[in-house]
Design a protein around this ligand. Structure first.
Ligand SMILES: Cc1ncc(COP(=O)(O)O)c(C=O)c1O
Length: 381
């Protein structure tokens, strides 16, 4: 663990892309490497260690190294999407393995797990992510190969205690992987809390500008599991294009500024609407009233994230009408970008949603908080 730690503060090395300068011209901004293939030396070797871009591309080196440093990881890998990164973890397991995943989690991945992975032969069971006792009981009942954690969990923002979950999972011989997309490496470092793997939809905060779909994994150890994951990427081919990797590297340089500004806005919005008569609940770990607040305060530093959900008094119709009246918040899916987005989440997730019908999910951006608050106020009527 920690082999890639930089002596500089994370905000410094992230802003500077680890201070790497590309030769021979001394580029401060790293070049893009569009080549899909690399020349062999006459003796048949590959002097620079690169063979073919389905396995690896030099444009990944910078963002992977920054992410590994931020997460205190032995190594990191970029993927063509967050889903592809998460999928690679499960594809590196074997049919028959039992895995435990949170009951409330990003619905797209929940569907993939209970559909494709179940038919591939993984035994997928779900635990209550607000209850460590439930996870412990499920680990005692039968051996599990892997525990998947998502915290705060999309879109209801339950908080899982990563240190406590990792301790009981490790004692039970299970690997722990954390979808830390919404916590971001700025606020939480799951590997330092005991997890083996951390995953990000880099589409969100890491890139931060709604113009790249990407994913990433980082691992505490360069072990057999990591090598299998690397192999899944190389042979499965869920790789990121070099241009997207370059855009991601550019977005990552402002990660700390964006996350701090968005968290401050989200906290202000949550506090402003917590007792609003037209809002029945504000779901946000930064509020003292949130059941996961104490754990979040321990494992998140510098903010509680920039995702929150409002449950609108008046139910589904009122929630949809509220969403329709928003003007500064744009009605769109996704999250983690500089512009604020809102969506009536159950409509997006479809018939098998576990999301309350009165819930509107807000991805809070970096705009002036007064404009965002005024927009919500006018939309509540
Ligand atoms: C928490 C979380 N994890 C994973 C994903 C999947 O990422 P991607 O859309 O980059 O495949 C998403 C997408 O919304 C997400 O919100």
């Amino acid at each position: 663990m920690g082999s890639n730690r930089s002596k500089l503060a994370p905000r410094t090395f992230t802003a500077q892309g680890l201070g790497r300068v590309a030769q021979p011209y001394g580029d401060i901004v790293p070049p893009i490497h569009p080549s899909s293939t690399f020349e062999r030396a006459p003796d048949g070797s590959f002097p620079a260690g690169r063979i073919y871009s389905r396995a690896d591309n030099p444009t990944y080196d910078g963002p992977e190294a920054v992410l590994a440093s931020l997460e205190g990881a032995a190594a990191a890998l970029l993927f063509g999407s967050g889903q592809a990164a998460a999928a690679a973890v499960f594809q590196a397991l074997a049919p028959g393995d039992r895995v435990l995943a949170p009951r409330n989690m990003y619905w797209g991945f929940r569907n993939w797990l209970s559909g494709y992975m179940a038919s591939w032969g993984l035994v997928v069971e779900f635990y209550d992510n607000a209850s460590i006792d439930d996870l412990a009981a499920k680990l005692r009942a039968k051996p599990a190969r892997l525990v998947w954690i998502e915290t705060p969990a999309n879109p209801t923002w339950e908080v899982t205690d990563i240190a406590a979950a990792s301790e009981i999972a490790r004692k039970a011989g299970a690997l722990v992987a954390v979808d830390s997309t919404c916590a971001t490496p700025v606020l939480t470092q799951p590997l330092a809390l005991g997890a083996h793997l951390v995953m990000h939809s880099a589409t969100k905060y890491l890139n931060g500008h709604s113009d790249v779909v990407a994913g990433a994994l980082a691992s505490a150890a360069d072990d057999d599991m990591w090598q299998r994951i690397r192999q899944v990427r190389a042979s499965g081919g869920a790789v990121l294009g070099p241009f997207e990797a370059w855009l991601l590297a550019r977005g990552m340089r402002t990660l700390f500024l964006r996350v701090a500004a968005a968290c401050a806005n989200a906290q202000a919005i949550a506090e402003r609407f917590e007792r609003h008569p037209k809002v029945s609940h504000v779901l946000y770990p930064g509020l003292k009233s949130h059941p996961g607040h104490a754990v979040a305060a321990r494992q998140m530093q510098g903010g509680f994230g920039a995702m929150l959900s409002l449950r609108i008094a008046g139910g589904e119709a009122a929630a949809k009408a509220f969403t329709a009246r928003l003007a500064v918040f744009k009605r769109a899916t996704s999250l983690g970008s500089v512009e604020s987005l809102a969506e009536h989440r159950a409509s997006v997730e479809g018939p098998n949603t576990m999301c309350p019908p009165d819930l509107v999910r807000l991805s809070v951006g970096v705009e002036d908080a007064r404009d965002l608050i005024a927009d919500i106020e006018q939309a509540l009527g």
